[in-house]
Design a protein around this ligand. Structure first.
Ligand SMILES: Cc1cc2nc3c(=O)[nH]c(=O)nc-3n(C[C@H](O)[C@H](O)[C@H](O)COP(=O)(O)OP(=O)(O)OC[C@H]3O[C@@H](n4cnc5c(N)ncnc54)[C@H](O)[C@@H]3O)c2cc1C
Length: 261
């Protein structure tokens, strides 16, 4: 089974700070990590490989320092890693990011399963995975909390607020995974040594089949006008009465006082 995992390097903080002038993330001084949900995706890929055989390849789009995150995945047992890195990819929104990753995946060639995290902890849109599936014209199941693949049929439990749904589809498939799917393993010493020696190929825009107008800032239809922390809302009041009639009367009086009715 050929498995590809999309791995994003993200700042190691949930307190992402925004530059008010440029409306972009301030990354200076913030250490980087593998997006936590992508670690679950890598773990699931390794488990699939252990069960079905095959190969696990991780791919990332990002600056040169994203190689560190890819090496971390090699240390966990991943076979190959590819970094898509080029100035032309910079400033990408989710659409341009997903186009670039889809082009990289096409260049890798064979794939049965593509795994993503449910979302990145910095961008938080959860759009990239589903968009990749659309570009590649394959099935997708998002928010997967349990996975089984037998004879080319994928059976996945998909988590939502009130429980889970069960979906079945055929390979090839893109799956985005949630934290509860597994407990990611730690790197072994042998794996870490292998990662230190591993050369990570870097593919630029010229190496993948993608329209230069469709990548980076140029290919990003999203325009960020302003990013700000909204003012905290004043807490509302809960009207609690033993009988509904009194509660409704109190509510009507309040609404009258603030001239809503
Ligand atoms: C106008 C605009 C400009 C932007 N400019 C920049 C910029 O200059 N620099 C910058 O870093 N960000 C920039 N961003 C943010 C960038 O769009 C997102 O970081 C990126 O598209 C991924 O979206 P997300 O973080 O919401 O990922 P999600 O959709 O939440 O991620 C879901 C999953 O997709 C996969 N994934 C997502 N991104 C990658 C990736 N890069 N490589 C591999 N797998 C991935 C992972 O498996 C991840 O778990 C910009 C956004 C906008 C709207």
């Amino acid at each position: 089974m050929d498995i590809i995992v999309c791995v994003k390097q993200v700042p190691d903080t949930t307190e992402v700070k925004i530059d008010p002038q440029t409306n972009t993330l301030i990354r200076q001084g913030v250490p980087s990590i593998v997006n936590p949900f992508d670690k679950n995706a890598v773990e699931e890929a390794l488990r699939l490989k252990e069960k079905h055989g095959g190969k696990v390849t991780v791919i990332s789009m990002g600056p040169a320092q994203a190689k560190d995150s890819l090496k971390e995945c090699i240390a966990l047992g991943v076979d190959e890693a590819i970094l898509l890195s080029d100035r032309a990819f910079g400033g990408a929104d989710t659409l341009a990011t997903s186009r670039t990753l889809a082009a990289g995946i096409k260049k890798i060639g064979n794939f049965d399963v593509i795994l993503c995290g449910k979302q990145a902890i910095d961008g938080d849109t959860a759009q990239v995975g589903p968009e990749i599936a659309e570009h590649l014209n394959i099935s997708q199941i998002t928010y997967v909390s349990k996975l089984e693949i037998t004879d080319g049929v994928v059976r996945a439990e998909r988590e939502h607020e009130e429980g889970y749904e069960v979906f079945e589809t055929k390979l090839p498939v893109l799956l985005s995974v949630v934290k509860s799917i597994n407990e990611p393993r730690y790197p072994s010493i042998k794996g870490t040594m292998k990662a230190n020696r591993k050369e990570i190929p870097v593919w630029t825009a010229a190496d993948v089949d993608v329209n230069p107008e469709h990548i980076g800032l140029k290919g990003s239809p999203t325009q960020v006008r302003r990013i700000f922390t909204p003012k905290q809302r004043v807490q509302g009041e809960i009207i609690q009465e033993d009988n509904a009639h009194t509660a409704v009367n109190r509510l009507l009086t309040k609404l009258n006082q603030v001239k809503i009715i």
